[in-house]
Design a protein around this ligand. Sequence first.
Ligand SMILES: NC(=O)c1ccc[n+]([C@@H]2O[C@H](COP(=O)([O-])OP(=O)(O)OC[C@H]3O[C@@H](n4cnc5c(N)ncnc54)[C@H](OP(=O)(O)O)[C@@H]3O)[C@@H](O)[C@H]2O)c1
Length: 310
Amino acid sequence: MTRVLLFGRNGQVGGEIMRQFGQRTGANAVSRAGVPPLPQPAYELTALDRAGCDLSDPDAVHAAIVRAKPQVIVNAAAWTAVDRAEAEPDACHRINAGAPAAMAAAARDRGALLVHYSTDYVFDGSARRPYREDDPVAPLGAYGRSKLEGEQAITATGCAAVILRTSWIYGLSGHNFLRTMLRLAEEREEIGVVDDQWGSPTWSRSLAEATLQVLDHHAHDPSTWPQVAGLYHATAAGSTSWLGFASAIFRHAAVRAPRLRAIGTADYPLPAPRPAWSVLDCTRIESRLGIVLQRWDDALARCLAKAPAC
Ligand SMILES: NC(=O)c1ccc[n+]([C@@H]2O[C@H](COP(=O)([O-])OP(=O)(O)OC[C@H]3O[C@@H](n4cnc5c(N)ncnc54)[C@H](OP(=O)(O)O)[C@@H]3O)[C@@H](O)[C@H]2O)c1
């Protein structure tokens, strides 16, 4: 039985990770199917939300880890309010860099594996091909800087860590572009959508599935951690603009489609600058860990097929 401690259980990715663990260990999986679950590596999960551990307090992070005695720590919690980070950079830094640093130090001291998520916002978006893990970083705003400092703080501890940089996360819960589009479709005949920023929309479930693939293969065998540890790009395959993403949403969603109008980044000013090009090269995670996330438009169709009448 491998003890796992999850931070951020209510987030988009954290919620989907909860679901993945539920499928492996939950009583529901047994009773629904009427047969025991498939033989899977066994986990004992402790999952915390903000009330269970406030990440702005490194002592609380350390105490939570000491209490749970995990062999694996998964950090799906983060300050993700990109625009608010510009006004509150210190608070953002505490969650996105200070807390991961405390987790990594505790992981190193306990000999635990840390799985952490980072972002395309570590890049400035000036590239013209998908970014590789070792391309130069140059975050444009406070959120990106804090996430980069989180990566660096983790690496500096020397703990065994898998850092997954992802992008454009969406799902059927939480704050995300998909849900915003579905809401706006109810309110407006026409929506202006940015068409000069490119990325790979990534379903939170796809990333959670990838995370559990890492754990299923490696969590139970620390001798594999030195080969597995590292920085990986982990997004859906393929890429599009926000306008392309919106068009695909309305192709698949069972809602009245509004008219979509292409606008430029300059037409939609926000406090935090966004990279114009966020596409990440995911070759490394495929070649080293055998993980490939589904194409963004196929995953979107799968996600929307699960939506209640939206
Ligand atoms: N969203 C994206 O498009 C995107 C893109 C690239 C990378 N990422 C990265 O992917 C990871 C998962 O993102 P996500 O979209 O799943 O995030 P999310 O939905 O915003 O969830 C973040 C979670 O962190 C928790 N949290 C925030 N501050 C906290 C604090 N002080 N103490 C304890 N918990 C706190 C939040 O709790 P509450 O529910 O209580 O607020 C929330 O449950 C993050 O590392 C993020 O940086 C996300």
